[in-house]
Design a protein around this ligand. Sequence first.
Ligand code: SF4
Length: 364
Amino acid sequence: MKKNDILIIHGTDYKEMTRKLLEKAGLADMIGRKDAKVAMKPNLVTSNPPSAGATTHTELLAGTIEYLREHGFENICIMEGSWVGCGTSSAFKIAGYDRLCEKYHVPFIDLQKDTYRKYDAAGMKLAVCDQAMAVDFMINMPVLKGHCQTTVTCALKNNKGVIPNSEKRRFHTMGLHDPIAHLNTVVRNDFILVDNICGDLDFEEGGNPVVMNRILGLCDPVLCDAYVCESMGHEVDDVPYIRIAEKLGVGSADTSKANLIQLNAPEEGAGAKFKMTGRVKELAAFTQPDDACSACYGSLIHALSRLKEAGMLRKGKTPIAIGQGWQGKEGTIGVGRCTSCFAKNLGGCPPTAAKMLAFLEENW
Ligand code: SF4
């Protein structure tokens, strides 16, 4: 797998999707030595089930463990330290990690209880947990979601989980962006497996999940977060830590050079049928879905969220048509190739939220 590749798989069998994506990525070859110590670092920021849009689905870890074992890797563990104010052990149980670890006999390391040392992170002294620095290969497993302070959160910020609580507090006094970027010059990001199943619209702790039913695989955490911006209709420059990390040599934020590899086609239906809550429901009132694929529908919700922030959502607007049920039919305005017969249409399958946003700003 090349540094600019972005693997994308759609569906609802998350464990199987994970296994297929890791096969395609050639993860075993990337790890190399069979006795390598391999760690999975999910997002267990708070005590919420993955369906709330905050924490990594256990199926991604189950699929990874099965893949690793099939390829002869046995020295596997899961590690995480929740945010200040939430004990990792509570998040661990509520997200179902207790059952996962028992089933697969994989140890869980609570980094809130770990010792730590200070490192020179490109000119900034930062403390990092010892166990996180002792692994040979780190699989970063963030949730793609919004964040009230940093706009988005994914690979780069997920690594805040490998620092002690005292350092997490200090990060906030330092404005978050600089320390997050500098942290990623010293911690490992050997492979990034992104949970893009139902990350939250705009809050790290979940509550308004946007179903997209996708898993992504990348090697570059900066490219990952830049792509996340596009997926949610933001500009990369809206998230300062991405540019800072790029300048520090962590990776590239140039998504125009990314090589998108879709392992399958999006699945129809799930996006429209999912039970929506709060702000997502409000945004959905501006849509007219008919068998919409999750990734397409989720992108539209993110684009509408950006329009709402800009004060451009008003009652009485023509709903935006989306979904396979519109194929061959005529109408006023629609997104995705399924609405290509509409008077105003944005092609793509699925188009990104960034493209939807630009299209709606001009045509709606
Ligand atoms: S354009 Fe149609 S087929 Fe393609 S992702 Fe959107 S709804 Fe699905």
